[in-house]
Write a protein that binds this ligand. Structure first.
Ligand SMILES: Nc1ncnc2c1ncn2[C@@H]1O[C@H](COP(=O)(O)OP(=O)(O)O)[C@@H](O)[C@H]1O
Ligand SMILES: [Mg+2]
Length: 404
């Protein structure tokens, strides 16, 4: 059926077996080939799963006129999704699956509208995990419900940062259930590792520690996990990998999973992206190049530029001024948003203890600087405002666009 759909001869596929093999990835593959999907089933569990996957379904005894209407509606859905989304998705095979967050209204707590942050940056360990873990910790310590996701498919390290002896790869489990359409709030909570922080719990989806398991973090499933997480948590913080390049031009099978798909999907779906660079002569040009690539693959995004490990020894006296001047001369037109000081004592201490900066080095300059990153989102939540639309975000976050 997939082969037939990919030849372009079909507009819709009717799946009449028990739909067990219908996963989020398969639905996305079919939709990418412009094929709408309708399933026939009489099984309650299957119906529930299909609803979670956003697939229209009918009883197998449905009269053919009703089926015809349903097929027409599914095709219309697909068309409106196509025209409704401004950009294609670059993560997997086409745009995001546009998940319906199925469980949101039924079984999930009210908070809704969780804000998604992504910590991203070029290769070379600029501090993505340091920022993600500690931003999540600062948010959780205020009593917000926070989910920290390790989506680094090259070098998962959140568990190590938090001193977790965790090999469970929570993200792979969540993605597997989401792909099958059976992920709900209770299951996601169960998969999360809970870390106690100042009397509050930080929920963590640990990463795939064996790099060869990257294919388990499928972009379409990750999109569903995020949609559900938004309905369960106030904040979701994602530790991303660095790579952006889409390798489809090199690969004959354009629908094969792509290693950078998870990162791309996170960046597409995040409300706020921290683009983190090392403040030295290797890190600055890397960040400049990475931002140019980012603008090519997710042009709607305006990241917050964060320079980490800022120190006079690598940049010269008045490092912040020097960096700003160099950035104005050579950098992309996104302004620098934040400087985080080099603070090896605090960073090492936290790593050694397997704990967050607020626990291991509360008074350290690095912790103070990271804590100030989250003042605005916490204030926003206190005022009770809901998640900004991507458009509002774009213009509120220092919204200067990169040159085309
Ligand atoms: N501001 C900082 N000062 C000193 N060391 C830092 C700082 N930020 C990060 N580090 C250290 O740099 C290393 C790489 O950081 P990490 O967050 O793992 O980078 P990434 O996730 O980008 O690969 C870690 O050992 C971390 O403790
Ligand atoms: Mg990392």
């Amino acid at each position: 059926m997939i082969a037939a759909c990919q030849t372009g001869i079909a507009r819709a596929a009717i799946i009449a077996f028990d739909a067990e093999e219908l996963t989020a990835s398969l639905v996305e593959r079919l939709r990418t080939a412009d094929v709408a999907v309708v399933a026939l089933t009489d099984d309650d569990d299957a119906r529930e799963r299909l609803r979670a996957l956003g697939v229209r379904h009918l009883a197998s005894s449905a009269p053919s006129v009703v089926l015809a209407d349903e097929v027409a509606a599914a095709v219309a859905d697909l068309e409106s999704q196509r025209t409704g989304s401004l950009i294609g998705s670059f993560a997997d095979t086409s745009r995001a699956l546009a998940p319906q967050a199925p469980s949101r209204s039924e079984e999930v707590e009210p908070d809704g509208n969780g804000i998604v942050f992504a910590a991203w940056g070029p290769t070379g360990a600029p501090g993505r995990t340091t920022v993600a873990v500690n931003v999540a910790a600062e948010l959780a310590a205020t009593g917000s419900r926070v989910l920290l996701i390790d989506a680094d498919t090259y070098g998962a390290s959140v568990a190590a940062f938090l001193g977790l002896l965790d090999e469970s790869a929570g993200i792979a489990q969540a993605c597997r259930l989401a792909d099958q359409g059976v992920l709900n709030a209770a299951a996601l909570e169960r998969i999360c590792t809970k870390v106690a922080l100042d009397g509050h719990a930080l929920f963590v989806l640990t990463g795939v520690t064996r790099a060869d398991r990257w294919a388990e973090v499928r972009p379409s499933a990750l999109g569903l996990v995020l949609a559900l997480a938004r309905s369960m948590f106030n904040f979701i913080v994602i530790d991303c990998a660095f790579g952006l390049e889409a390798d489809e031009e090199l690969s004959f099978d354009t629908l094969a999973p792509r290693r950078n798909g998870a990162t791309l999907r996170c960046l597409e779906l995040a409300d706020e992206v921290y683009a983190i660079g090392s403040a030295d002569s290797v890190g600055v040009p890397r960040l400049v190049r990475a931002l140019t690539e980012l603008d090519e693959v997710v042009p709607t995004l305006t990241p917050r530029v964060v320079f980490n490990k800022v120190r006079a020894a690598s940049v010269g006296r008045s490092p912040e001024r020097q960096l700003r001047e160099a950035w104005e001369r050579f950098g992309p037109s996104v302004p620098i948003s934040t400087f985080l000081p080099a603070d090896f004592e605090a960073a090492d201490d936290a790593l050694l203890k397997g704990s967050t900066l607020r626990e291991a080095a509360a008074a350290s300059p690095l912790r103070q600087a990271i804590a100030s990153l989250v003042d605005a989102p916490i204030e926003q939540r206190r005022r009770g405002s809901t998640r900004p639309t991507s458009n509002e975000m774009k213009f509120s976050s220092n919204g200067v666009r990169l040159p085309q």
